[in-house]
Design a protein around this ligand. Structure first.
Ligand SMILES: *Cc1c(COP(=O)(O)O)cnc(C)c1O
Length: 414
């Protein structure tokens, strides 16, 4: 007979357990890092350092020291590359996620009379839907003809991988762009990114991913998968704080392409000549040529604080290893304790899920359950129409958090 380990034993054996003390965790059980990651204690120091440099140096801070602000975005590059499985010339920290999606579509959505469709999911995150729709309209096409929405089958919750691939094949030479999430924000499903790229390229389409729920959650190999572009925010699993600076990836093989349309700004031109204020654009030979404005130093300082912790913890592979143990534990005690009273609509296969659960209360009482969880100081979120999302984040959630959550849920759900 198998003896299962208790939460206490699992926490005692967890090599990442001590990282919890590097975070400020709000009172209660914090299970909402999928929406806003907890604050690293070091964030205060990293941000204060830049405030102090500003106070002491004023404008000279742009050019002084190893943290010179004119190069500051470059301090994030190597860690972004390792988190996304990219080369350093393929990733940059800039703007917000939706802004980056637009900038990427300016370059990579190039509709023609024949090939004009963008394939997204029905019930994509609204911002992604709006971005794709408005890009289509901006180019003079009609979203009702050019925006293709794919949905799960009737009475199913998540997209079947084969249905995604066959939808791509069906739209074939009318498909300009496939824009899908790496991890679906509502269900927590991990999409088969490598297969999607292959299917998209097979029909001559460009493939981009929104990695908002994927970065810092699951392992990624953007370069090797041959993804054309990607964008992500950093305030979810990368703990950069509210409104934190976002990321973008452009595959190496597109970087030197002079034919790509691109919106330009002075931060995309070669740093060596930038301050000569010439009006000839000399594109930086990396994804940094997509940068527009000088970088927001304070949010970037906050992001550095968190990425340094992730690096110290062994990066995404180490976090994912713990996450899989937490998922296995969570699945088991949820089934033992609540049985059929609660259903997790996240796929059960480990390679199709990250750390987020999408729980549905079987008797339809979900909204009340969510409200009582909130009263019991369980921080999670409610997503219309009927899902409670909870995410044990390996960097700062313990097995005991999961155990306590299930106990409270058991008391609340009838
Ligand atoms: C969180 C999230 C966003 C948020 O967009 P912002 O531009 O950062 O406000 C967009 N899309 C997806 C899929 C998300 O999960």
């Amino acid at each position: 007979m198998t003896e299962f380990l208790t939460a206490t034993e699992l926490d005692a054996a967890d090599p990442l357990a001590h990282f919890r003390s590097e975070f400020e965790i709000p009172d209660g059980i914090y299970l909402v890092g999928n929406s806003l990651g907890a604050m690293p204690k070091a964030t205060r120091d990293y941000v204060t350092e830049e405030l102090d440099r500003w106070a002491a140096l004023g404008v000279e801070g742009h050019f002084t020291g190893k943290l010179a602000w004119k190069d500051y975005h470059g301090l994030l590059t190597d860690q972004f590359a390792s988190i996304t499985g990219a080369r350093s010339e393929e990733v940059v920290a800039m703007n917000g996620l939706t802004v980056n999606l637009h900038l990427m579509m300016v370059s990579f959505y190039r509709p023609t009379a024949k090939r004009h469709k963008i394939l997204i999911e029905d019930h994509a995150f609204p911002s992604d839907h709006f971005a794709a729709e408005s890009q289509i309209a901006q180019r003079g096409f009609n979203p009702s003809e050019s925006l293709v929405l794919i949905s799960p089958r009737d009475r199913e919750e998540t997209l079947r991988p084969e249905d995604i691939l066959s939808a791509i094949a069906t739209h074939g030479d009318e498909l300009a762009l496939v824009l899908l999430p790496g991890v679906q924000y509502y269900t927590g499903q991990v999409l088969p990114m490598a297969d999607i790229v292959q299917a998209g390229h097979d029909v001559g389409a460009v493939v981009g991913f929104d990695l908002a729920h994927a970065v810092g959650n699951v392992e990624l190999s953007l370069h090797d998968w041959d993804v054309d572009f990607a964008a992500w925010c950093t305030y979810k699993y990368l703990n950069s704080g509210p409104g934190g600076v976002a990321g973008a990836f452009v595959h190496e093989r597109h970087i030197a392409d002079q034919e790509l349309p691109k919106f330009l700004g002075w931060w995309g031109t070669e740093a060596s000549s930038r301050f000569e204020m010439a009006t000839t654009f000399e594109a930086i030979q990396t994804v940094e040529s997509w940068q527009l404005s000088n970088a927001p130093i304070l949010p970037m300082a906050a992001l550095r604080a968190s990425l340094d912790i992730i690096t110290a913890a062994g990066g995404v592979p180490a976090m994912r290893q713990k996450s899989e143990l937490q998922i296995t534990y969570f699945d088991r005690i949820l089934a033992e304790t609540l049985g059929a009273r609660v259903q997790n609509i996240t796929p059960s296969a480990m390679n199709q899920r990250g750390c987020q659960y999408a729980l549905r209360v079987t008797n339809g009482d979900g909204k009340r359950v969510y409200e009582e969880l909130a009263e019991a100081r369980v921080l999670c979120d409610w997503r219309e129409p009927d899902v409670i999302r909870v995410a044990p984040v390996p960097l700062y959630n313990s097995f005991a958090d999961i155990e306590r959550f299930v106990q409270i849920l058991d008391e609340i759900v009838i």
